[in-house]
Design a protein around this ligand. Structure first.
Ligand SMILES: [Zn+2]
Length: 214
């Protein structure tokens, strides 16, 4: 699939340096993991935001979901456990933001308000497919970093959220089941994909899948 007419902009002007991605085709757009409302609105310009996709339930990836939905009437697509967990401030970790920022050595002391996001408009279990102006987006549940983590791919692009980074390992928050799921489900999934995919992760820089899997 030739995805050269989809424009992808990375928005990462936010406190925890998460990558929100804005995908535009003609006058239509999609946002993946929306964090900073102002930056995303500015990037969307006058396109019509139709969908919001989530790679997982953590607060830094969902901060302005409801604001965008309200403003644009966009539909939220998420794996069903992510859809459930975004509603809880302890599951989306916003309840512990102070501890997390402290751990990341954010000074001066910093925290965000606890948030709860409404459940997704479209939920899926293991896999899901969305047709969008001739492009097919594939969604795959890839548990490990969280129970609801997913990857999304279209054409040459693979959006991994916090499930795959170039230079650091994915964290499992000390959860043994999640670590096993990652080894048994998610890693084999990565190996099943075309190695030339460009990985667009939830933090840090993009890279070719083959660089990571070699
Ligand atoms: Zn995360």
């Amino acid at each position: 699939m030739d995805t050269s007419s989809i424009k992808i902009v990375t928005c990462n002007n936010n406190d925890i340096k998460i990558n929100s991605y804005v995908l535009t085709y003609q006058n239509y757009s999609i946002v993946i993991d929306p964090n900073n409302y102002e930056e995303i609105i500015e990037t969307l310009k006058d396109t019509k935001l139709e969908y919001i996709f989530l790679t997982h339930e953590h607060f830094d990836h969902i901060l302005c979901v409801d604001k965008l939905r309200e403003y644009y009437g966009a539909k939220l697509i998420a794996q069903k456990l992510t859809s459930k967990n975004i509603q809880s401030s302890s599951k989306n970790l916003s309840k512990f933001s102070e501890i997390i920022f402290d751990f990341m050595k954010k000074t001066p002391k910093y925290k965000i308000n606890e948030i709860s996001v409404n459940s997704a408009d479209i939920e899926y279990d293991d896999i899901f497919k969305l047709e969008w102006y001739g492009y097919t987006f594939f969604f795959k549940h890839t548990p490990g970093h969280t129970e609801g983590s997913s990857c999304i791919y279209v054409g040459n692009y693979l959006f991994t959220g916090d499930s795959l980074f170039k230079n650091i390992n994915t964290s499992f928050f000390g959860n043994k089941k999640l670590k096993n799921d990652y080894l048994n489900i998610t890693i084999p999934f990565f190996y099943s994909l075309d190695k030339n995919l460009l990985v667009l992760p939830g933090h840090y820089e993009s890279f070719l899948l083959e660089e990571k899997l070699k």
